[in-house]
Write a protein that binds this ligand. Structure first.
Ligand code: GNR
Ligand code: NI
Length: 168
């Protein structure tokens, strides 16, 4: 088990499009374990492999109060989305201490595999729907700030670069 390093925006590696997983082996299950440990340590409610510089289509999510409901999504696909949209204030472990409102479909149906390659379909709404869409964006190389105006993106980028310089 290991807590992995999380890439921080504007790291260009966050814009890599992840490949599909084709081997449901022990290496994949170790990655899932390490991602779960990293998410719980952060702490966060979700983590995409992209954020730990592994460019494979793997997501972990736990939105439960007591952190006891780990969900694993390998090769997730959104198979349908609601016409209704909702606005939600999002944050991201790769964009520390920045919170901005993003509008997304209110409900999505996701098809994915678990860590053993067994496929399942899940109807998501509320926080789970927000989180799974945020994580699938990461796998497609998209960070949530890319849903904001160019001006807001450049302000966030400057703030994080400046903060990073001061930390160094
Ligand atoms: O921990 C997280 N919280 C969160 C809050 C609102 C909307 C999305 C999220 S996901 C985030 C963890 C993360 O960065 N996942 O990629
Ligand atoms: Ni994120």
């Amino acid at each position: 088990m290991a807590v992995l390093n999380i890439l921080k925006y504007p790291d260009p590696r966050l814009h890599t499009v992840a490949r599909r997983v084709d081997a449901f082996d022990d290496r994949l299950r170790q990655l899932v374990q390490d991602m779960a440990e990293t998410m719980y340590a952060a702490p966060g409610i979700g983590l995409a492999a992209t954020q730990v510089d592994v460019h494979e289509r793997v997501i972990v999510i736990d939105i439960s109060e007591d952190r006891s409901d780990l969900r694993v999504f390998v090769n997730p696909e959104i198979v349908s989305t609601s016409d209704d949209h909702v606005r939600f204030e999002e944050g991201c472990l790769s964009v520390p201490e920045i919170y901005e409102t993003v509008e997304r479909p209110e409900r999505v149906t996701v098809r994915a595999c678990d860590a053993h390659g067994k496929s399942f379909t899940l109807d998501c709404e509320g926080l789970l729907a927000v989180c799974i869409q945020h994580e699938i964006d990461h796998l497609n190389g998209k960070v949530f700030v890319q849903h904001l105006s160019r001006l807001k993106q450049s302000r966030i980028r400057s703030k994080l670069v400046k903060r990073d310089r001061q930390a160094a």
